[in-house]
Design a protein around this ligand. Structure first.
Ligand code: HEC
Length: 229
């Protein structure tokens, strides 16, 4: 009698332990935002990838919600991962492959500019890291830093050049060179457009406003005379 109680107790303990293990791996729902603590090297969807898709692909006539060329819409995480991206496998992801194509398979199509080698590899890394919806990735922005080379040109490269470079830049404004950026810095349009001042077109077009830190960096740089530093 005593022995069978003992076995029963052991069995109950064992079953409890097995059950406990089942809950070990917390799975976040697919597509739900994954916060990344600052300091990790993981690519940040919100800061590094979404603006590239929005400014280079989600354009009128291309892949915005109204145009949907080939059924692709690149304006939000939910739409971006719908088609042509195999999480963990960039080389077999159509959306990544076309960045390296030539002729009429190549994306973006002329007159839109190519992505830079660095931007292409960022997208590849993001897909290989699981194409996650990483948000709130820790602030890499610092309002005390506002040099053209290290800070301003990077913001413009990520958020603006998809429209404002190439052979037919939007609004006739080409910001792929320092002198092009200097022109809109000097005539006041750059700061007014990114701060959404009344009477100016709000930039970046069809995307979220830049962070207040980024707007401060741009404003300080312009106020310092927009130097090529
Ligand atoms: C999706 C395309 C697109 C993106 C991305 C974009 N722009 Fe523009 N931008 C335009 C178009 C188109 C115009 C012409 C005016 C209009 O149609 O609103 C324009 C006009 C401007 C103007 C002139 C505004 C005025 O009222 O005189 C400035 C300055 C400007 N953009 C700066 C920027 C900056 C800085 C960024 C990045 C932070 C940016 N743009 C991102 C499409 C874009």
């Amino acid at each position: 009698m005593k022995k069978s109680y003992c076995i029963l107790t052991l069995l109950i303990i064992a079953l409890t332990l097995i059950n406990a293990c089942k809950h070990e791996i917390p799975q976040s729902a697919p597509g739900s935002p994954t916060p990344v603590p600052g300091g990790t090297n993981e690519v940040c969807f919100q800061n590094q990838i979404l603006p590239l898709f929005q400014s280079n692909c989600a354009k009128s006539g291309c892949h915005d919600a109204a145009s949907q060329q080939d059924g692709y819409v690149f304006d939000s995480y939910a739409n971006i991962i719908k088609k042509g991206i195999l999480p963990g496998n960039a080389t077999n992801s159509e959306v990544y492959e076309v960045l390296f194509e030539t002729g009429n398979k190549k994306m973006p199509q002329p007159p839109n500019p190519d992505l830079t080698t660095e931007q292409k590899s960022l997208i590849g890394r993001w897909i290989n890291e699981g194409a996650k919806n990483t948000v709130n990735c820790g602030s890499v922005c610092d309002t005390t830093k506002f040099k053209y080379g290290a800070d301003i040109s990077l913001i413009i490269g990520t958020y603006c050049l998809g429209c404002h470079s190439g052979t037919a830049p939007s609004g006739g404004i080409n910001m792929s060179t320092y002198s092009g950026v200097f022109t809109v810095a000097n005539n006041g349009r750059l700061v007014n457009a990114v701060s959404h001042a009344p009477g100016y077109s709000a930039m970046p077009k069809n995307a979220a406003k830049l962070s207040s830190c980024q707007i401060t960096q741009i404003t300080k740089w312009v106020n310092a005379g927009a130097p090529n530093n």
